[in-house]
Design a protein around this ligand. Structure first.
Ligand code: FAD
Ligand code: NAP
Length: 292
């Protein structure tokens, strides 16, 4: 850009950004503020870059992955997604919006749209109906588990002996972002519900901001320690654990809570609990898929 700048001050500023001394300024101006190519060009209007240069210098959009949150058994010709519309404030208090999630949210459900997409096998294997499940999915982490529960509910119609599901869900407020509330509650009720206590399953919620002290899924896992331990260790269950959602602190905190359950409820020595879970991972019975 400095090569094409005709204004001397702009040229100097751009040269400064690319010098070793200017690296910090560039990071603060560009990365920390998540500036787009268009915004940078607007900040340096004397840069008259030929279009073919611009096309070469602009990186292609990266693909965004989303978990499929519908069962192919129940919706053979559809794919449902559960997308959080991302926005945040930069250090200079500029509101930024996630590109793909904002674009998706702006599409009208009443019109036809062409959505360029691809499908690839995810890292969460589709569980066999005979495997009991311990699911932990706060926020949009519930996306793949909505598909799992929907599928298992459909399977249970033909085969009432399908294995139970214990699901820990968390969100900010019961009133604002309790995703698929009616769906979970329906499957947690009654005789046949795959999340129902009658089926030895369960559905537990952590609403983090509905009280002064934060409550997270890991708190509920500890509260339900006996049930969790039974699901994991008893001869009749030997459940598989699936964790999905934000990669920031949740997976480590959930793993620590599971270790605590093994120690407190199962009498496993603290130094062995982590190894026990690692063995479970190696055996393909503890699977984590997270995103930031
Ligand atoms: C395997 C996999 C499965 C996924 N499944 C789902 C799913 O089911 N549902 C779902 O909603 N998402 C899911 N994601 C995440 C999804 O792919 C996108 O990353 C997400 O939707 C954001 O994309 P975007 O284009 O809207 O935002 P972008 O334009 O990509 O913006 C996100 C950028 O903003 C930054 N950012 C975000 N918040 C802040 C903040 N508070 N402060 C500073 N910077 C911030 C991030 O670092 C990132 O660089 C999944 C990701 C993976 C890898
Ligand atoms: N503006 C909004 O109202 C709104 C609502 C939902 C999501 N979003 C945005 O959408 C994106 C994704 O949201 P999301 O709902 O999928 O996931 P999320 O932001 O990760 O939140 C899901 C739940 O997990 C909780 N949580 C935070 N840290 C945790 C930890 N270490 N262990 C366990 N749970 C933890 C959150 O509580 P706390 O957040 O209370 O700590 C919240 O209750 C984020 O960028 C978020 O900012 C915005």
């Amino acid at each position: 850009m400095s090569y094409f700048a005709t204004d001397e001050r702009e040229k100097a500023k751009l040269r400064d950004y690319t010098s070793p001394e200017g690296r910090g300024d560039l990071y603060r101006y560009n990365q920390k503020e998540n500036r787009t190519v268009l915004e940078v060009l607007a900040d340096f209007p004397s840069v008259q870059m030929p279009f073919e240069w611009l096309v070469q210098l602009t990186p292609p959009l990266k693909k965004r992955a989303f978990s499929i949150s519908s069962s192919p058994l129940v919706h053979p010709n559809q794919i449902h997604l559960t997308v959080s519309v991302v926005s945040w404030l930069t250090p200079w208090k500029r509101t930024r919006h996630g590109l793909c999630s904002t674009w998706l949210a702006g599409l009208s459900p009443n019109e036809d749209h062409l959505i360029p997409c691809w499908i690839r096998r995810g890292s969460l294997p589709r569980p066999r109906p005979s495997v009991p499940l311990l699911l932990i999915g706060p926020g949009t982490g519930c996306a793949p588990f909505r598909a799992f529960v929907e599928e298992r509910a459909a399977q249970s119609v033909a085969d009432p002996t399908v294995a139970p599901v214990l699901f820990f869900f968390g969100c900010r407020n019961q009133e604002s972002d309790f995703l698929y509330k009616d769906f979970w509650l329906k499957h947690a009720q009654g005789q046949g519900g795959v999340l129902s206590h009658e089926k030895v399953g369960g559905f537990f919620t952590a609403f983090s901001r509905d009280q002064p002290r934060k409550v997270y899924v890991q708190d509920k896992i500890k509260e339900q320690g006996a049930r969790v331990l039974d699901m994991l260790c008893s001869e009749s269950f030997k459940a598989a654990i699936y964790v999905a959602g934000s990669s920031t602190g949740m997976p480590a905190d959930v793993t620590a809570a599971l270790e605590e359950v093994l120690c407190q409820e199962g009498g496993v020595p603290r130094e062995d609990a982590s190894g026990w879970l690692k063995d479970l991972k190696r055996a393909g019975r503890f699977i984590v898929e997270t995103w930031s």
